[in-house]
Design a protein around this ligand. Sequence first.
Ligand SMILES: Nc1ncnc2c1ncn2[C@@H]1O[C@H](COP(=O)(O)OS(=O)(=O)O)[C@@H](OP(=O)(O)O)[C@H]1O
Length: 527
Amino acid sequence: MDHLLRRKNRSNDAENGLQEKDYDSKTKALPRLPRLTRQNAKSYAVALVLCLVLCFVLLNAARMFLFRNLLGSGSQTYQNYELRFVNKSTAMRQMDRNMMITANHRINLREHEKFMTRLMTVLDREISHCNYTRGNALNLCCLFRKNNVMRCFPSLIGIGAQKSGSTVLFARMMVDSRIHQGDKKEHHFFDFDDRWVFGAGMYLRSFPGLNQQQIYEGIAAEYTPSYILPRMAMRRMRNLLPHSRLLMVVRDPVDRAWSEIQMKLRNDEALVAYTRTLMADQDISSCFVKGNATRFDKVFKACVPKNLQKSPRAFGFQIRATRFFRNTTRVNDCIDQLKLSDMPGETWTHCMITPPKDMIALEDDEHDIVQDLYRERTQLANCFKTQQRLCHGMANRKPSDISTDYLYRGLYAYHIEECWRWFPKEQLLVIENEEVKSEPDKVMQKMLRHAGLPPVDAGNDEDAWKEFRKHYPGFEDSTGWKHSKPMPDIPAKVREFLVYFYEKPGQRLEELIGRKFPHWQKPQRLE
Ligand SMILES: Nc1ncnc2c1ncn2[C@@H]1O[C@H](COP(=O)(O)OS(=O)(=O)O)[C@@H](OP(=O)(O)O)[C@H]1O
């Protein structure tokens, strides 16, 4: 039996390729395989690791060879880099922290390569590679896989100051066919954290696709007057676009502040009107009251008709309403006090648009404005005393949720110094608002030269506004910006406060940039 069994096994072994010599001569059993001892397991592991390291080195060498010799642009020094996709927000934060590259125009190749590699980590799969191109100006452009479109980061960026004539200057740029704007005037990419973390690819996507000639002859540009405010924005810009040319318009800070106050009042008035329209509709207001307060955006979408959702005020309204709903104690107090709960619309309107004590009044009169300014001055003084470099957004926010840095925004010297910490001085052009008014052509020529473009006739204001309104039809409404509305005179008390506040900062600016502003309002002229 045993014999038969062994024969059967042998015939199976023969099928498996085993032969007579493989059997132990005494026991006729198959020899045991060498046992996996600790010693030879170690050798196998070492060999495996060596193999892996070798493969990695070879692959990397092949990759470098490919990119340097086949895809790279040879003696041009600029290299194309393979796209690596990593968690974008982490990469953007790393870029904030670590990445510094030389900002003069003689690019250090090693630094440049590091820069490009890091740049790729903050872009996305849609972008195949980026390059600096040297035409009239130095443009950083990237190729999008989809449709092979080439887009360029802005090489000219307006960084300040708000209410100083940035819009008219930007409108003037639009008339020049070599300056390519994105889908909006103010991108707020570097100063809004929630946009920055979306990544540079998103920013780039909002600029138009350009052909080789357009890239060679022109530039992309944008103007966000609040880039100058938070330190973060300057640092981020320096990290991503170290060669960009910057532009800042300064205006008598007293007039600038008054212009900002007026803009915010216009915004608030429009917001109140919008709230009243919604609340006058019983269906909408009772729908709000029944809705889930923690996700007001969803309630808003469910309750408000589409045409009203599209209003430029809808965003400000939602921000304010969300805060209103979160603050349930106040809402309940308010409703209790009014005993109007059988009229939800009226109650809601009243409780929402009547400001609580800790919020700035909606209908500011002269007294309220001065109070706001005093409060901001105290906050700024505390902030500067504690040596913080970031005092932006210290003041309370207006109901429309635009920060009210009336005083802070006019501290031009402080902002310019901050900008110079990150960019070489010659990359920032400072223009005065009066020049924009009185010598617009001269200003345009200066600006074009600064951007690296040969000066040409820059058209006139009328054409510029026409072009601007055609491209950005909702701008004036959505921002509270009014080009032609006459401004009320600045009340005496407000003027006095501002003139005294800006006396020293004004002198500081004159010393810093070596230029006089004789027509700016000074205390001597008040007497
Ligand atoms: N041609 C010209 N030259 C100089 N200044 C001009 C010009 N046209 C408009 N303005 C005035 O600029 C003020 C608005 O500034 P901004 O466009 O920077 O405002 S914003 O930051 O975009 O909201 C705003 O100031 P106020 O009227 O005092 O509010 C505009 O009147």
